[in-house]
Design a protein. Structure first.
Length: 82
């Protein structure tokens, strides 16, 4: 397989290759493998959370209510740090 990278990205890969002493192709393969691992983990998490919602194990809350809870927690955290 042949990949074409934008010049800026290709320069970063070449610079990283020179700094680490690792072949550019190996660095790109590792980066792509890491990306797919992260996407797979995210997909598993989203699937699991969806199943928990559908089964009723987790109850949803309104977006405005969630935002208010986050604001309250952030405010309480700021007060505890001060």
């Amino acid at each position: 397989m042949v990949l074409t990278l934008e010049p800026v990205l290709a320069a970063k890969v070449e610079r990283w290759s020179a700094e680490t002493g690792r072949p550019a192709g190996e660095l790109v393969e590792d980066a792509i493998a890491g990306y797919f691992n992260e996407v797979g983990e995210l997909r598993s998490t989203l699937d699991r959370r969806y199943d928990e919602i559908v089964s009723g194990k987790v109850q949803l809350i309104d977006g405005a209510e969630a935002y208010q809870l986050l604001k309250e927690r952030a405010s309480a955290r700021r007060k505890s740090i001060a």
